[in-house]
Design a protein around this ligand. Structure first.
Ligand code: GAR
Length: 207
């Protein structure tokens, strides 16, 4: 049984999708053993507590810089004996020491079809604002392995979602979450736990 550690910073609807998938038996070979938040008081922590999942808070503000925060994060992830680390709306930048400690063992869900609308500054609602500004007719979500390049690691799963003329960033975010993120994140976690993802020549292959 793989130990899954989920990193959060906010409302935690993607964490909820993972909890629901675990409870309905869709994640057969893994278990969420810890939820770590970069901020105290976020609703994601309540979601974990409601399902008796241990939580920890590693507050970004308690650390001087990204390097010292990253070092503390590696230590906590090692203490938790994480087999898989999932960024589920985790909005804090970590340096390469973290992904080097867990190569191809950290995944992130991003609310766009990478390589569109990704990289520095593209997070949360900003991603959907940019998609509407450009006038794309399809957007979606991507689950990818985390590397030192922001949103640049091997792509595991993607799902497209239509954009409607009447969309606001908020309505588009909701549709992308419901129709893409909450589906492909649990799917990718289940595939990982079943040892069905390999990385070859920088590309993720799902079997
Ligand atoms: C989600 O849409 C997630 O894809 C996005 O933030 C939201 C968090 O919601 N993540 C990023 O933009 C990361 N670059 P949640 O806390 O309800 O899961």
């Amino acid at each position: 049984m793989k130990k899954i550690v989920v990193l959060v910073s906010g409302g935690g609807t993607n964490l909820q999708a993972l909890i629901d998938a675990q409870e309905s038996g869709k994640i057969k070979n893994g278990k969420i053993t810890c939820v770590i938040s970069s901020k105290p008081g976020v609703y994601a922590l309540e979601r974990a507590k409601n399902h008796n999942i241990p939580t920890r808070v590693l507050c970004r503000k308690d650390y001087e810089d990204i390097a010292s925060y990253s070092k503390a994060m590696v230590q906590v992830l090692k203490e938790e004996e994480a087999d898989l680390v999932v960024y589920a709306g985790f909005m804090t930048i970590l340096d390469e020491s973290v992904c080097n400690a867990f190569p191809n063992k950290m995944m992130n869900v991003h609310p766009a079809l990478i390589p569109s609308f990704c990289g520095k500054g593209f997070y949360g609602l900003h991603v959907h604002e940019a998609a509407l500004e450009k006038g794309v007719k399809l957007t979606g979500a991507t689950v990818h392995f985390v590397t030192e390049v922001c949103d640049g690691g091997p792509i595991i799963l993607q799902k497209a979602v239509p954009v409607e003329n009447s969309d606001t960033p908020e309505t588009l975010q909701k549709r992308v979450m419901e129709q893409a993120e909450w589906q492909i994140l649990p799917q990718a976690v289940a595939l990982f736990c079943d040892d069905r993802i390999t990385v070859e020549n920088g590309k993720a292959i799902v079997r």
